[in-house]
Design a binder for this molecule. Structure first.
Ligand SMILES: [Zn+2]
Length: 266
């Protein structure tokens, strides 16, 4: 499932392609890919308007139309964008096409059809409804704020990192990556972390997310000590110390850990 770095890369892609382009129409391969109204009604609404700016909060991506209304993209498990300079190419399944007046098209592609596009009248109300915590890359999330979010909380540190109501944007993949770089075991109880440990976690949270975005979330372009490129391999060695990585259950998910770099709590 797309996490903060993935969605940030989508946001930048949207900015670099369809932003400020007048929308001429929209069609969808499947009505379910447009939530809350029919694709035809959304097309009617969008025609002649354009996306004025984009906004990401955690794993959620929005774009404001100059009319004040917003669009949200839910990427589901496999959704992504593709921009084509012409409108010839039409994928058969799982797409919403934003046809642009300049002759190009922005495709929202989701073969598994678990994602969708939805129009929103009130972004603030919607965000409040989602109950999201501070965005994990919000500049206001400094060391002191980070520590305060951990105050009085208990349980596995991995669960805390993935709790969207505390901090928005981190899921299974990047919580593993951040904990690996911070040298903290995923099942470490949060309450057992010292201030120094929390500061280290905070530092790596930022550097890992930023490096993944910088790499365009392409595993091949990520730093050589990242675990992401090794996730699909059945067996892999720690890119830092060479020890065999192990798979464990943490917070109900499968996590990869280095037993030497991330000594266990038990
Ligand atoms: Zn290691």
């Amino acid at each position: 499932m797309p996490e903060l770095p993935d969605v940030e890369v989508f946001r930048r892609y949207l900015d670099a392609t369809a932003l400020h382009q007048t929308i001429a129409g929209l069609d969808a391969s499947d009505d379910r890919l447009v939530a809350g109204e029919t694709p035809r009604a959304l097309a009617e609404y969008l025609r002649g308007h354009h996306f004025e700016r984009s906004y990401r909060h955690g794993k959620h991506l929005f774009a404001a139309l100059e009319t004040g209304r917003w669009l949200e993209w839910h990427f589901g498990m496999t959704g992504y964008f593709a921009y084509h300079k012409d409108q010839e190419e039409v994928p058969e399944e799982g797409h919403v096409r934003f046809l642009l007046e300049n002759g190009a098209q922005l495709l929202f592609l989701d073969q598994r059809k678990l994602g969708h596009v939805a129009a929103l009248d009130d972004l603030d109300a919607y965000l409040a409804e989602l109950g999201l915590g501070i965005d994990a890359l919000d500049p206001e999330l400094d060391e002191a704020t980070f520590r305060s979010l951990a105050e009085g909380r208990r349980g596995q540190v991995k669960c805390w990192l993935m709790d969207q109501s505390t901090m928005a944007g981190i899921g299974n993949v990047y919580s593993d990556e951040i904990l690996f770089h911070a040298g903290i075991h995923p099942r470490q109880p949060l309450e057992a972390l010292t201030d120094e440990g929390l500061d280290r976690l905070h530092r790596h949270l930022r550097s890992v997310l930023e490096a993944a975005i910088e790499a365009g979330v392409d595993p091949e372009k990520m730093p050589s000590d990242f675990l992401v490129p090794l996730r699909e391999e059945r067996e892999a060695d720690c890119p830092r110390c060479g020890e065999a990585l192990t798979k464990i259950k943490a917070c109900g998910r499968r996590a990869r850990v280095c037993p030497r770099c991330q000594p266990g709590p038990d």
